[in-house]
Structure formats: C-alpha cells, structure tokens
Write a protein that binds this ligand. Sequence first.
Ligand code: ADP
Ligand code: MG
Length: 248
Amino acid sequence: MNDLDILRDMANQLKLSTLKTSIMKFIEEAEQGSETYKEFLFKILKAEVERKEKDALRNRIKRARFPYTKEIESFDTTFQKSIDKTKINILKEMKWIDNMYNLIFLGPPGVGKSHLMIGLGYRATELGYHVLFLTMSELIFFLKNKNNCRKSKEVINRLNKCDVLMIDEVGYIPLTKEDANLFFEIVSGLHEKTSICITSNKDFSQWTELLQDEALATAILDRLVYRCQVFNLKGNSYRLENRETIFK
Ligand code: ADP
Ligand code: MG
C-alpha cells in the first residue's frame, strides 16, 4: 500500500467519505494554491460536515414517508383565503413543534389540506426535525401489524420517537371500534410529548360517528385540541378549478 492508499484507508475507517474520494483533489489544490495549513484543514472538515448534513437530510426525508414533495412556498393564499401569509410564516418557524402544539386542517377535498401539511413537514425535515407522515389507513395498518411484521414494527418505533406525527385523511375511511381504540392509544401516548398534525374532511361534530363512540371521540378531541391550532379551510377544490386536460 502506498501512502495515498493508507490515507484513503484511514479516511474510510473514520467514515470520511469526501476525503476518501477527493483526497488527490485536496492535495493538488493545496500544492498549487497558497492556502495556509489552517485553511487546508478547514476546507476538508467543512466538506465532510456538509456531506454528513446532506446525507442526514436525505435520510430524514426518506424516513418521513412523504407521498410526494410540496413546497410550502407554492401554497397560494389568494386562492385559499382561510389562511394568510402571516400565519404560514409563523408556522414555518416551527415553534409549534418545539412547544408540542398540534395542527388540524379541516375542510372538503381539494382545498389544500395535504399541501399545507406536507409543505410544513418537508420544511421541518429540512430544519432537522424528525417527521413521520402516514395516512390514517396506513397508521391503522401499521398499528395492527406491529407484532407480526418487521416493517410495521419499525414504523411504529419511529412514530414513538418522531417530533411530528402527520396523519392525513382522517375520516375518509370508516373505522372499526378496534381502529378507533388504536387511534386513541396513539393520541393519548403522544399527548404533550409530540406534535400531531391532522387533515380531515370531517368537522369535529362528525367525529363521534367516525369513531363510533361518543366517549372515545370526546377523549381523543380533548387531547388533540388542548394545545392546538385548528384551520377550517373553505372554498372550492383547487383541483377542480385548475383542472388539466389532455385536449385543449
Ligand atoms: P386536500 O388535501 O385538501 O384534498 P390537496 O392539498 O391535496 O387538497 O390539494 C389538491 C391539489 O391542489 C394539490 O396538487 C395541491 O398542491 C393543489 N392546491 C390546493 N390548494 C392550493 C393552493 N392554495 N395553492 C396552490 N396549490 C394548491
Ligand atoms: Mg388530502
């Protein structure tokens, strides 16, 4: 092994992958340029830190399970007037996560509930928060299967460690009593520990019917709305108003 191979090997052992792959580039630049020893070291460590941060972000985004990407910046508040730019900017600061506040977006289909939630979740992930996004049916599926499937167990473990649990489409599928109980256990377990963000097409008065049990619905809502911002999104479906067709 020559000196360079030994250096690459040591970089590899220390998991300094940028140094390992670009060692010649760093050396040549230092030999040709006029950088000081301090600048040389600074450049290598900075590249390594940036690479690590990028890998960590990619990992957080993958583990968040977003179904697609939405930028919070692309949300048009002139179309959806139930929320304004000032409120969105406050939400973008993510203090609601630090203070373990919940967010609930209510409204009919197409008014931008999922867009807002995914956009905020994506931004939170960029800022270093651990987010987990699940539809209500996925949540119930993973809870039911956590003892007999590795994937479900892994997702539920992540759920208990995340900073924000995002549950999309609460109310679209009917729930059994068992499903409603599982939902209660999650809301109760995360209460004042983790932020929960929910989208639903059902307003609170319809949650008893959804959860098939008045006492349970009250107990769930009681915990969810204790420290919570509720957004009632109104208006027409953005999808229907901005329909894209094949034939012009
Ligand atoms: P919901 O979850 O309320 O059914 P979505 O958030 O999925 O609705 O929105 C449906 C589609 O319309 C998405 O592609 C979304 O990006 C877009 N959309 C909805 N509202 C807005 C808005 N105010 N500005 C920009 N795009 C929007
Ligand atoms: Mg939606």
